[in-house]
Design a protein around this ligand. Structure first.
Ligand SMILES: [Fe+2]
Ligand SMILES: [Fe+2]
Length: 434
């Protein structure tokens, strides 16, 4: 038998994990392949880089206009555009988790240029992604805490394509000097606040989900002075005097990498509530098929028999309804099955995770309208207590600090300490709390 040691071509998930572990051996070749894929694609950047300021202003104005439109529609009674229910929102937050877990990673290679003021805008952007080493402000940790509070930390099995953007970000951060134009271009695309960010922020709050992570990006990436602005300045400052056209062409390729994979609105729209519930049941079935007493019967079959094969699951949902355990389109709290799984005294307490319970809840509720619960932007539950020990990092050269601040490591305690030490040593301080 031959043992496969190479990553199967096209597996973004394996690439992502190899990059995360710092064990990806052919990053540059893979990145070159991804860039090759986008050469024939179109983008919305102007042909003349002199027009970029105008382009950015037009983009920001268009997003503002579309957002105002969205808000007006909502005021006039339109339903949420993205999230039909809370389960869909939790599903989405887990789908993008691999990307959020490496937020900012594409800029890691800039750190070594701390002595060159032309890089300071990009470095500052990266340091802000890292929360300047403060675990409260580190974007990766903010997102992790959000998932943790929502009971979604263990994650879902995800489609391979969910790992592509994260892999690209890590690869750009690790690929080195040869990819500066592409990094600038990717950064230019990623840091322009999109409409979907504004809508997501709004609708998460409406569903009682802390939207701080998203709200933070609305403000910190702003086009007037935030990351979007700095992205443009970096291009201006770092483009060479000779060969500007070739440089800009490569910037455009890097920009187009943002479009690989599935775009956010299409991803959200692909949610299938019943499909997700069945997938969750299938994950449970393997264990659950032996756990029920034989007196638990539905339509003459034991629950263990219902759970014996994946094909039985849709019928199991039908049987629960036929036997009166579940009546859909009503308040789930009135449903006998819901009472089995919800609450500390429920007989199946702890069987389903918070996300899985939300799937049940929303599938049962279906068309039943829950009274809306609005949470003001920025209002969120208390965070987990994280220690911020007074650090004493020995400065044994920037190489070690920079290595510890890589996109796959900066959110761990040594990475956070290194970030603070780097800021102290370089004087590249930020402008206050995140
Ligand atoms: Fe971020
Ligand atoms: Fe940003």
């Amino acid at each position: 038998m031959t043992v496969m040691t190479r990553k199967p071509a096209g597996s973004a998930r394996l690439r992502y994990h190899a990059l995360l572990a710092g064990r990806d051996s052919d990053t540059q070749a893979w990145l070159a392949g991804q860039l090759c894929q986008v050469t024939q694609r179109r983008d919305d950047l102007p042909d003349d880089p002199e027009q970029l300021e105008h382009w950015a202003a037009r983009h920001a104005a268009m997003v503002a206009h579309q957002h105002a439109d969205y808000l007006m529609q909502r005021r006039q009674g339109a339903p949420r555009r993205y999230f039909a229910n809370r389960a869909q929102a939790l599903w989405f937050l887990q789908q993008v988790a691999p990307t959020k877990a490496v937020d900012g990673a594409w800029l890691h290679g800039c750190l070594r240029h701390w002595g060159d003021p032309r890089y300071h805008g990009l470095i500052r952007t990266y340091l802000e992604e890292l929360g300047d080493g403060d675990p409260w402000c580190n974007h990766v940790l903010i997102y992790q805490r959000l998932l943790s509070r929502l009971g979604c930390l263990e994650g879902l099995p995800l489609d391979d394509s969910r790992y592509l953007q994260g892999a690209l970000q890590l690869a750009l951060g690790q690929a080195g000097e040869g990819y500066l134009p592409e990094v600038i271009g990717y950064n230019l695309g990623y840091e322009q606040p999109p409409l979907h960010l504004l809508i997501t922020t709004h609708e998460l709050a409406e569903l009682g989900i802390d939207g701080h992570y998203f709200q933070l990006h609305v403000t910190i990436d702003n086009a007037a002075s935030g990351h979007a602005r700095r992205a443009l300045q970096a291009l201006r400052q770092l483009q060479p005097e000779q060969g500007q056209a070739a440089f800009y062409q490569r910037v455009r390729l890097g920009y187009r990498l943002n479009d690989l994979g599935v775009d956010t609105p299409s991803l959200i729209a692909s949610f299938d509530l019943q499909g997700e519930l069945l997938a969750a049941l299938e994950r449970k079935r393997v264990f659950g098929q032996f756990m029920h007493a034989d007196r638990c019967r539905l339509q003459g079959r034991t629950v263990n028999q219902w759970l014996a094969a994946p094909e039985g699951l849709p019928g199991f949902l039908q049987a629960l309804q036929a036997q009166g355990w579940i009546e859909r389109n009503q308040d789930p709290r009135r449903c006998r099955f819901w009472q089995l799984i919800d609450g500390p005294k429920a007989s199946m307490f702890g069987v389903f995770s918070a996300y899985e319970k939300q799937l049940w809840h929303d599938w049962i509720a279906a068309d039943w309208q829950r009274p809306m619960r609005r949470v003001a932007p920025g209002q969120w539950e208390s965070e987990l207590t994280l220690e911020t020990p007074c650090e004493t990092v020995q400065m044994d050269g920037f190489v070690h600090l920079i290595a510890a601040m890589a996109g796959n490591r900066h959110a761990e305690p040594p990475g956070l300490r290194a970030t603070r030490a780097y800021i102290r040593a370089t004087g590249l301080t930020g402008g206050g709390p995140c």
